[in-house]
Design a protein around this ligand. Sequence first.
Ligand code: HEC
Ligand code: HEC
Length: 481
Amino acid sequence: MMLEAVAGKTGLAATQSRPHAARRLVTGFGAALAAIAGVLLAALLFVLARPTSAPAALVPLVETLTGANPRPVTLLMPPDQPMSALARIGERMFHDPSLSASGRQSCASCHSPERSYGPPDARSAELGGPDMKSEGFRPPPSLAYLYRQAIFSIGPAAEENDAPPSLSQLAQQAQNTTRATKSAGTTPAAPAIVPQGGLFWDGRADTLMDQAKGPMMNPAEMANKDVLEVARKLRLAGYDRQLEPLFGPVVVSDPYMLFDEAMSAVSRYQIEDPAFHHFDSKYDAWLQGKARLTRAEMRGMKLFNDPLKGDCAACHLSQPTADGLPPLFTDTEYEALGVPRNPGLVANRDAGFHDLGLCGPLRTDLSKQTQYCGMFLTPTLRNVARRGVYFHNGVYHDLHDVMRFYNFRDTEPGRVYPHDARGRVMKYDDLPRPYWANIDVADAPFDRKAGDKPALTDRDMEDIIAFLGTLDDGYTSGSRQ
Ligand code: HEC
Ligand code: HEC
């Protein structure tokens, strides 16, 4: 009893004095912690209210929480000037169907102003020709954002030089260099020996002026017989008289001069009209700190840029250039991705037909350089959500299919390519086997094997598509193109 009482007493004393000290300690700690937490919270709230004040370490967190760009940049936009007289004549020609053999097709028929000068519909390839029944085998690229396209070359930018090496010499030199792996990020990959620049899916035209001559005489497009036929139509529509004040009477008397100056007018139009390079997408606004991305768009952007995930920015450059020019979402290099054959193309009814891009059939000067067979120009992704058709053969019509191609080409090819009669997956079914070595298997997400975990989850793919939607023009100006 005594013992118990003593024990009880001391126990009581102990329990009385210890919690007291402990409580003091805890309250002390608590107060300090609360103070620190309070300061941190205040700092965080401050940073969230003014994302640009975020220290480097907090940038990713602030991006995720606010959707804002904590590091806004000033973009160097193309000058906003009134169009020249020549460009205004070019504009009329661009929209004039009387210049085609059918009388029903202008440049704008296949390069629709409502769709960022890309195809007007979701056809794999457009119809053209004298009776509007011939089908090409490539979809029209968007004509927007071509104003900075360099001429076609192979290798790092060639020095100014009296006798530059020929393309085939360059191609031969490049044969012995190993393939460079690209990495997404703020800087483009180190200069590798690769084909780059040029117009068309295969880079066969160098300038917008050369290029415009193509569709005028292409039998599956505006289908004029020759320069003289185009010149006749230009005269009938009165363009010779409109060009005379600029170039003198020679454009009225010489059909070849008339043709050349008309094509230069069409190209000036595409360079001068700001409608071809608005740079007013939500992403442009975000870069400049004038818009906040949604959660999905922000996640998508990070996946797009992440070299271990989408790795899209390795080729579709997403950062402003060192000079502050807005990104074009292409590195203007050529790649063979091995996209599936499009059974919907008339040309593909012939099992022996293959569009090999850089080495033919439309381009002819590199046909012997088989290391380039299957390579096509990386297109811009600006306004890509407005396109109804994707890749050089128009095989896809939905961005979900494009995403599945990137994600499953190597990990689950059975979801991307058709199966043969014996149930085997026909991987790379649009490129003859001798050229399979040209296909990119080095850059993520293509650096995997069958059965490996795909780089992206379903949600990742959805979020990248959400991000692509921020590349549509017209966010800040409200214009549709
Ligand atoms: C029948 C449809 C059609 C018509 C009409 C047409 N184009 Fe095209 N355009 C295309 C296709 C298809 C391509 C891609 C061809 C290729 O890569 O071989 C293309 C490519 C281009 C390119 C290259 C774009 C790039 O990203 O490399 C330019 C520039 C262009 N066209 C301008 C014009 C102009 C100017 C006219 C009118 C004189 C015109 N097009 C008429 C279908 C058409
Ligand atoms: C290794 C370079 C490379 C990488 C990485 C890459 N692309 Fe591409 N992309 C290309 C090339 C080249 C084409 C055209 C290929 C063709 O038509 O054969 C293309 C075409 C596209 C197209 C079709 C555009 C059109 O106008 O037809 C879309 C959409 C696209 N890429 C989105 C993406 C996304 C999203 C990612 C990341 C998951 C990505 N790309 C990663 C090089 C690349």
